[in-house]
Design a protein around this ligand. Structure first.
Ligand code: NAI
Length: 256
């Protein structure tokens, strides 16, 4: 399947986990890929080779989405990389755990700047570009089930993902006349580096799995499949919604 042939796609935070899986999925389906990460070292060079093996163009844009207005520069470099950008996947995200009363301004800023401010102004740059070129666009935000359900001790994370829900809903209305679609993907528990600490804790894992109707974590590839669907022409009438991919976690009911 070559659903994304000649499409240029930026995936932020694509050097591990879900972002990397999305990059591989889009490359497999014919797209030119713009990778993004904060560091450019051996692992990133290996990743470029891996993605290039699918036979399409690959560019790495180094940049930190939590740093002020760097998101504008990241987007601009992505737009310039192959002479245009068709699809933006706002994937980069971080979480910090602490009791509410112990959350530092530093951790609050890191989470909010990466998960929200970077998305906000990166998306704005993409939209201005689409407007100027008079071309359609597709935006997918990597949100979380925690745009909807609580996650005690992760208050800044929940605040950032909850904001992403309303940002997406607002933009769906504002951007529809510009022929730009925007949706959120809301993963539940996915086995990626972000969950490394929890996955190493047997007790915590037991509690987590008991709470998931499908009794397992999801994979990055499963999330990438949903992202690819939402970015494809099969989703041409879909905008303004959140798509949960969570093994039933969000709205489950424990039968007694
Ligand atoms: P991950 O830690 O493997 O991936 C996060 C990626 O974002 C990494 O490549 C990291 O380098 C990058 N990143 C972090 N801060 C950045 C910054 N300031 N600038 C540029 N890149 C930055 O974790 P995962 O799970 O793949 O997370 C991807 C997204 O999925 C995040 O937005 C996360 O909130 C979301 N998510 C993940 C879930 C899970 O269970 N794994 C569940 C719900 C949402």
């Amino acid at each position: 399947m070559e659903r994304f042939k000649n499409k240029n796609i930026l995936i932020t935070g694509s050097t591990s986990g879900i972002g990397q899986a999305c990059a591989e999925r889009f490359a497999k389906e014919g797209a030119n890929i713009i990778l993004n990460g904060r560091h450019f070292e051996d692992d990133e060079k290996q990743l470029i080779k891996k993605i290039e093996a699918y036979g399409n163009k690959v560019k790495f844009v180094q940049g930190d989405l939590s740093k002020g207005m760097d998101s504008l520069a990241i987007l601009q470099q992505a737009i310039d990389a192959f002479g245009g950008l068709d699809i933006l996947v706002n994937n980069a995200g971080v979480e910090r755990s602490a009791d509410f009363w112990d959350v530092t301004e530093e951790d609050y800023d890191l989470v909010m700047h990466t998960n929200l401010k970077g998305v906000f102004f990166g998306t704005q740059t993409f939209v201005k570009y689409c407007q100027k070129e008079n071309k359609p666009g597709i935006i997918i935000n990597m949100s979380s089930v925690h745009e909807e359900i609580i996650f005690p001790h992760f208050s800044a994370y929940c605040a950032s993902k909850g904001a992403l829900k309303m940002l997406m809903r607002n933009l769906a209305t504002e951007l529809a006349p510009l022929n730009i679609r925007i949706n959120n993907v809301a993963p539940g528990a996915i086995s990626t580096p972000i969950n490394q600490k929890m996955m190493a804790d047997k007790e915590k894992m037991k509690g987590l799995l008991e709470n998931i109707p499908m009794k397992r974590m999801g994979t990055s590839d499963e999330v990438a499949g949903l992202v690819a669907f939402l970015a494809s022409d099969d989703a041409s009438y879909i905008t303004g919604s959140t798509y949960f991919i969570d093994g039933g976690l969000t709205y489950h009911y424990e039968e007694q």
